[in-house]
Design a protein around this ligand. Structure first.
Ligand SMILES: O=C(O)COP(=O)(O)O
Ligand SMILES: [Mg+2]
Length: 343
């Protein structure tokens, strides 16, 4: 069963018939999902759950049936679990909440995300994972794409493309040679009909040249996984995120990518097609400009945890600049919910 069908089935029961028609490209660029009132988008009150009464915590827990959680920065950082997050997610499940892991990370296939989650103590299955690698494949398959993809990204996307019968080239090192500027048209594959940009640890100048050269043809599609500026990191080291690569290719190709990840239109449309009940859905994230913005735009409740990218200081800045949207509720880390429900 496909992920959309499965999500729909889990959420609505067998009788619900999802809309599985591909989403037209021109529609996506302006797709608003639902109109957001200015008060909701720019509200200034954020409830700190640690300062809430027992009744308020209980009310919060009773207010949602479905939990969509971000991964990097909420559940784990690299391969290290954030203390208490597995216990909290498993507690949600024990309460009967449906759980889905919605990640902008494109480096793994869904099965490997599920495996990683399980190894870190989360109850999780492949069907509960929604990743940007999967969304890219879902999008290209949905529009009937049959050509080859030039992939400035990792095997995670490559494997998801392969799973839907789409061929790709480009994964792995493409080192700079002394005469790299002498690249010729014959160095390009004429079968390429789309450039996909995701996280690529082997990013290099020749890769940018190839991506931009393919994109010089107007017919060539340009798809990106996500625009996160940075990965969450515990120490004071900055790890540039996929947004860095997307902006670089957008700059040299003089084009804008269709981005499938949070908070962009494709993932919002995808979630909407799953028939979630927005007012009974909670989105948990560590970034206001991806996770919380997605949640607000979809009409979900939102919980920001400060264990990843957005810090308490950032939150203050967001509050004063009114951009991006603020969450409904905040916690230092997801695991803190445990002490609140047991106290
Ligand atoms: O890997 C990323 O860029 C972000 O991943 P996340 O959405 O799970 O935080
Ligand atoms: Mg995150």
């Amino acid at each position: 069963m496909g992920l959309t069908k499965l999500l729909t089935w889990l959420i609505n029961g067998r009788n619900f018939v999802p809309r599985l028609t591909p989403i037209p490209r021109q529609f996506l660029s302006s797709y608003p999902c639902r109109s957001i009132s200015t008060t909701k988008m720019f509200k200034s009150a954020v409830m700190n759950l640690r300062e809430a009464s027992n009744d308020q915590v209980q009310e919060f827990l009773n207010s949602f049936d479905t939990v969509l959680t971000d991964c990097d920065g909420v559940l784990w950082i690299d391969n290290n679990v954030i203390p208490g997050s597995a216990e909290t997610m498993n507690y949600f499940r024990k309460l009967g909440k449906k759980i889905f892991y919605v990640t902008n990370n494109s480096t793994k296939i869904r099965r490997d995300f599920a495996l990683k989650a399980q190894q870190l103590g989360f109850i999780a299955s492949e069907e509960e994972i929604l990743s940007t690698a999967y969304l890219v494949a879902h999008y290209l398959k949905g529009i009937g794409f049959t050509k080859k993809v030039y992939l400035l990204g990792s095997n995670g996307i490559g494997e998801e493309l392969k799973a839907v019968g789409i061929r790709h080239i480009g994964v792995g090192p493409d080192h700079v040679q002394p005469d790299f500027k002498n690249m010729k048209p014959s160095d390009l594959d004429p079968e390429v009909g789309a450039v996909v940009v995701g996280f690529d640890e082997h990013v290099s100048y020749p890769k940018f040249m190839k991506a931009a050269s393919y994109l010089a043809s107007e017919e060539c599609l340009f798809v990106a996984t996500n625009t996160d500026e940075r990965f969450p990191k515990a120490a004071s080291i900055v790890v540039p995120g996929t947004g860095t690569l997307v902006r670089a290719v957008e700059t040299c190709s003089e084009r804008r990518a269709l981005v499938v990840g949070k908070p962009h239109a494709y993932v919002r449309k995808f979630l909407e097609s799953c028939g979630l009940s927005p007012e009974r859905t909670l989105m948990i994230g560590d970034r206001c400009n991806t996770d919380i913005e997605l949640g607000v735009r979809c009409g979900f409740q939102t919980l920001l945890v400060l264990s990843g990218v957005t810090s308490a200081k950032d939150l203050e800045k967001i509050r004063s600049e009114k951009k991006p949207p603020l969450p409904d509720v905040v916690l230092p880390k997801l695991g803190d919910l445990q002490s609140l429900v047991t106290s």
